[in-house]
Design a binder for this molecule. Sequence first.
Ligand code: URA
Length: 434
Amino acid sequence: MNIVEIIRKKRDANPLNEEELHYLISNYTNKKIPDYQFSAFLMAAYLNGMNEEETSILTREMLHSGIVVDLSAIKGPKIDKHSTGGVGDKTSLIIAPVCAAAGIYVPMISGRGLGHTGGTLDKLESIPGFRTDLNLSMYKSVLKKCGTVLIGQTKEIAPADKLIYALRDVTATVESIPLITGSIMSKKLAEGIDGLVLDVKTGSGAFMKDYNDSLELAESLIKTAKSFNKKVIAYITDMSQPLGNYIGNWLEIFETIKILKGEIKGDLYTLSLTLSGAMLYLGGKAKDSDEGYKLAEQMITSGKAYDKFVEVVKLQKGNTDFIKYPENYPNAAYRKKIIAGKEGYLNKTDTYEIGMAALELGAGRKTKEDKIDMSAGIIFYPSIGDNIKKDSIIAEIFTNKKSSLLSAENKILKAVEITSGKTRKPKLIKTILK
Ligand code: URA
């Protein structure tokens, strides 16, 4: 095999075969192909794309750069969910205990916050003591005991993805459907799952802002999952406004607890139960996703989902007092109310800017080394279509960094478009693909 010939082939928009993709991925992972040559391949793949078969082979090669966790000793359906992420998207934290309480296994390997979007691991680590760095034997043991486990990518899981993602990040090749598909699916397939529910976001706070791009990504993820004989359902869902009202790590745990206790409803509740319903259907606990939704809802009303959340927090060494008495913890030193400057209807929210305001307050990282302020964030009240009164509170911001208050306030005010005529609520679930 000749690396230059492989790059030339992709540069000229020809599909690569199994042998060539194996050569590329295995030799990049074991450092025999240098970054400059792999970068050239990435740019060629970005510009010329990869067909369905190439994408599936790429995924397989990335998957087998590490191990596939063997969960055969755990009897029962193992189903996970993947979301492409957004602002205030905390559905994983709700879905895991809901589905585990309903009798399926949910092994979740999640990520950290990226740019304007938060990450499940950072949110969980706002619960003091919570261990997201379990090794694979502890991963299996917690999963077997309580039906769910929430950890970060270990060194055994798709190591090729870690290296390739870091290179994509600095070579302007992140936004490529086949490369994103390989990256997402190699990590999910390594969990040892039987099925997967996908939540592909679209709108101003999403990674893919345009609906057609989201649709293309959803179709690519579905085809790849099917090529590995996995059961799969994809939802394309709205991210033109934050999901739920709370943004920021501890604030999102706080809202999760309220949802699990059945204290609040709204889009976050509906979407979490919809995705849970689909997972319960794929796991054979319901005859269809609608019946799954009802079963998921029973887990909330019966208190079983909340109890399951307490159980997993305890097993992963988190301080359960934070879950039982959330109003006592943690408080940011500075808070400010953001006031509407005029009367009207909320027409548009620049959700990316809301996410950036949360980052500014300390809820995210500007560089990899930044330390997150767990208590920082935003409670954002209005939804698109709502009537807003002049001088009403549209948001509250929380931080330990006083100097960030003004710029976060300005970002939020700029992100909110209030018009005099009535406006329409966006549809939460745009499309379902199977
Ligand atoms: N999330 C991933 O895990 N990989 C990508 O390439 C993009 C988003």
